[in-house]
Design a protein around this ligand. Sequence first.
Ligand code: PEP
Ligand code: MG
Length: 588
Amino acid sequence: MKNFKEIFREAENKISGIAAAPGIVIDNVYLYNKEKLEINDSLITDIEEAKKNFGEALNNSKKELTKIFSLAKERMDPARAGIFEAQLMILDDPILIGNIDKRIETEKKLPEFIVNDEISKYQQMMIASHEAYLKERAHDIEDIKNRIIRNLQKKRWVSKIPTQAIVVSDSLTPADTILLSRSNVQGFVTDHGGLTSHAAIISRSLNIPAVVGTHNATSKIKDGDLVIVDGFHGYVLVRPTEEQVNFFREKHDKLVRLQKELEEFVEQPAVTMDGKKIHLCANVDVTGEIDIVITSGAKGIGLYRTEQILEEIGDFPDEDEQTKIYNTLATRIYPEFLTIRAFDIGGDKFKYIDYQEPNPFLGLRGMRLLLENPNLFKTQVRAVLRASTPKNIQFMLPMVTSIFEIRKAQEIIDECKKELRKEKIPFDNNMKVGIMVEVPSAAVMAKEFSDEIDFLSIGTNDLIQYLMAVDRGNDLVSDLYQEFSPAVIRTIEHIIKEAKRAKKDVSICGEMAADTLAIPLLIGLGLESLSMAPATISYAKKIIRYISYKDARELAKECISFRTEREVIHRIEKFFKEHNIRRTRNII
Ligand code: PEP
Ligand code: MG
């Protein structure tokens, strides 16, 4: 049977885009063509009448958006539904409305022309911004502008599709996405939009597979075409061959079967056949995932990537806002632990500084950036401390490369504690502080670093990148990104040994923890705690319950002695055959 790479390499009918929401769907297309609004710039004679029309159009737009907002609140987590609240606020903006009214009076043109011109000015400013987030928000404003103009022209807008279908469109506004989701939408494909577009965020929330940013889907796909949307890899196959349909039907059915099969593991403990208990935690990228975390059977959150908040809202939330976010999560997961990682900004993540670094992964990233911007760090530390009163929060520092950085961070944490004490604001004085071990210097010095902190978490995504000198996002060298390189395995073993020597808890939160092939090896190397995407927890449990700790120890011991990645992989594959288990990456 061919694998994904082969299927896609050979496919002449593929369109690639960004994998915005996971899942596989095969269905017919509904080409969602929005009628282009024609703007009339005629002069008017009755100014009062024009202003009255504008006021009515504003009111109708508000009514529509209020409906959409309440629908969104029903279907999505409140933070996401806030998109529509923000749009409603724009409709109430006195400066914008005042400007439009004034221009109607002085220029004496139809309100639709003034509305279009005035709001487009704001949009241009946002599009010119270097921030991907602001660019995306310009699309949201387009939605408001068109909504007002359409109401001025007294036109209706289709937001329903007649049958179950995959919606293909030039772009989708958040309102389109939520309204269309009421009909039987199976998937979304758009020409424009990125991972942070709200349509993408909403698709993820609603669990509708989506591929965005395809550039040319609407010109290559016709209404009614059969397509396959692969929201895992970001591909669309147009008018697929029988072989492609069969391949994806089988993947889809397997996925459904796998999810069903794994349901039985949710309630079961992660314990090996010979009684070794393993602590399985969840990685959380967006706050909305908490429901999935809770139903996944995770024992706590091993990594909360707080920089994702910035990606979502495009800005730094203030101390109160952050406290609320952290507090909600801590309360929901209580009594299990929530590990909040300080903003890991820089590298390929949220852009904070305007300066284009020649080597961003080796530049101002993680802890370095936070120490360069102590106010930013302090705001987060204070918020984390304020949220820590249930005593189930621990705080983790990203990309630490020296003891100096740990001490400096500790100083700031102590300073924040002092301030809060003075302000009589309660917090958990014993909140644990740990570090990510994700650069070679931290790995080599694992014992000394451990002496300074309460716990360690191995971030293999970066550790492998820095150890093997392979950019984790560069396709050209992806073959050299070797999880199972003996260098990686020996480094992980060293970190675990040294952390244990310092009597500190050590876990792993890189993607390697979710690679089923790696799980027996990691446990054999001595890890008792793994943190991974919630969707993978049941499968990890299944593997753990199929193996014995004794066998895993032996497997690890042997793997440590090998010289090449191939030997390691062969040995693990043999172990899998002996234990009758399969690797997840080959299933989906
Ligand atoms: C890692 O580097 O392994 C990690 C978990 O952090 P991130 O993927 O967020 O860089
Ligand atoms: Mg990392």
